[in-house]
Ligand binder design. Structure first.
Ligand SMILES: Nc1nc2c(ncn2[C@@H]2O[C@H](COP(=O)(O)OP(=O)(O)OP(=O)(O)O)[C@@H](O)[C@H]2O)c(=O)[nH]1
Ligand SMILES: [Mg+2]
Length: 430
């Protein structure tokens, strides 16, 4: 009995032991799991820390880059001031070369007398012709190669169509030109030379149309009133540079001129304008405080313009804001201020377009035209682009009169738009 009893208690004890051991194992496992979990948590926290550090580091790097950009910009502005000052000196008469003879011919074709021609005009036309060389290369030269001196054929029209589209002339204008040429071809034999002349006339008609519609041939400030020209466009197209050149043209022509630095968004914008102002002897109204309100700058500038009886107020505007809506809102705020303060001012909203952006520039023009109530366009960077043809698309598809064109970074590299000279330069090989 006793034995039995002790057997069963042994059994019981070993069961209890096994149970306890199991419990202990479980506890151990649980604890181990806990430790593991803690480890994972710990790792997570550490990883988060590392990531946060990375973000902080990136922020610091970004700030550094921004700072460097501002410094670089300021340096560039200062450097440009110096290099361009040298360019400002009088233009010298160059060689009696093709540039000269071609430019002289273009002036003569517009009825200029021999003694009416200036070195500045020759210099500008040479620049324009050279600037449009790339556009011409992919367009006229190839066309002439294909045409030779033979009469035009339906096949050569197909070639011309492709070339016009490639030169960013735009589909509408290309269709128009090709259709008129086709009509002419159906009626008579058209020789190569005559074809080019006809093409020039057609292209000129396209580019002239919005100018004629506006009733103003060449845009100049009206005397006796305050003229306000808003210079608008997306970032980097050349607004500030163009404004600087306009200030020079205007003050040279004895208009009392003033500049409003209403691009308060871009770093070093005021400094950049100040350089141009100094070079053309035109004062710049600005507000140096951070995040200044562009409309407030325009407000101050109008007060100054009224006090000084200025003829022309040139307003530099931002090309890059947080988004496009802000940009348009800003422009309409500026316009409201002008309307309120000087209701009889003559406002021009001039869209600056970088020719080298081709079809992209055309898109910008269309979107600005929708919301910004534009009155004209200024085409810049016509030097060294193969996309000068986009000027035609702007006239045909956005119906904007081109008022000035720029072909270089110098103070004299901007001129009132002259369709005859432009088309002659575009098709200069004949
Ligand atoms: N080759 C060439 N360069 C030009 C011409 N016009 C402007 N530029 C250059 O284009 C660059 C940008 O010009 P900006 O006048 O600063 O352009 P912006 O539109 O005011 O730029 P944001 O103020 O940043 O919007 C500068 O390096 C100018 O020198 C031009 O007709 N020909
Ligand atoms: Mg600018």
């Amino acid at each position: 009995m006793t034995n039995n009893k002790s057997d069963s208690s042994l059994e019981w004890a070993s069961q209890a032991y096994a149970l306890l051991k199991q419990k202990q194992e479980l506890k151990k496992q649980e604890e181990q799991q806990k430790v593991e979990q803690q480890k994972v948590e710990q790792q997570k926290v550490e990883q988060q820390k590392v990531e946060q550090q990375k973000v902080e580091q990136q922020k610091v790097e970004q700030q550094k880059v921004e700072q460097q950009k501002v410094e670089q910009l300021t340096k560039e502005v200062n450097k440009k001031d110096f290099s361009n000052l040298q360019k400002d000196t009088e233009v010298k008469l160059g060689e009696f070369d093709e540039d000269f003879t071609w430019s002289a011919m273009v002036l003569a074709a517009q009825g200029k007398k021999v003694n009416e021609i200036s070195i500045d005009e020759i210099d500008w036309l040479s620049k324009l012709r050279r600037g449009l060389e790339e556009t011409r290369k992919g367009f006229v030269s190839e066309l002439l190669d294909k045409l030779g001196d033979d009469p035009l054929t339906p096949e050569s029209l197909d070639d011309l169509e492709t070339l016009l589209i490639r030169a960013d002339v735009g589909i509408d204008s290309t269709d128009k030109v090709i259709n008129s040429l086709r009509k002419k071809l159906n009626e008579e034999v058209v020789g190569g030379e005559e074809g080019i002349k006809f093409l020039k006339d057609e292209l000129r008609a396209i580019i002239e149309k919005p100018i004629k519609n506006s009733g103003i041939n060449i845009l100049v400030p009206k005397r006796g009133k305050l003229n306000v020209w808003l210079i608008v466009g997306v970032n980097g197209v050349g607004k500030t540079t163009t404004l600087g050149k306009l200030a020079y043209l205007s003050s040279k022509s004895n208009y009392k001129t003033l500049i409003a630095a209403a691009d308060t968004f871009r770093a070093a914008a005021v400094e950049q304008l100040q350089v141009w102002g100094d070079r053309s002897n035109v004062d710049v109204i600005s507000n140096q405080s951070k995040n200044a309100d562009p409309a407030a700058v325009v407000f101050d500038a109008i007060n100054a313009a009224n006090k000084r009886k200025s003829d022309l107020l040139l307003v530099d505007t931002a090309g890059r804001l947080q988004n496009k809506n802000n940009l348009m809102d800003e422009l309409s705020k500026i316009k409201k201020i002008i309307d309120k303060k000087v209701p009889d001012a003559i406002i021009e909203s001039l869209l600056v377009l970088d020719a080298s952006q081709g079809q992209n520039g055309l898109k910008q023009a269309k979107s600005f035209a929708k919301s910004a109530n534009l009155s004209g366009a200024i085409i810049t960077k016509l030097d060294g682009t193969s996309r000068g043809g986009v000027s035609l698309a702007v006239s045909a598809e956005v119906n904007l009169p081109i008022r000035f064109i720029g072909a270089g970074e110098g103070i004299k590299d901007l001129r009132p738009f002259n369709s005859f000279e432009f088309i002659e330069a575009l098709l200069a090989d004949r």
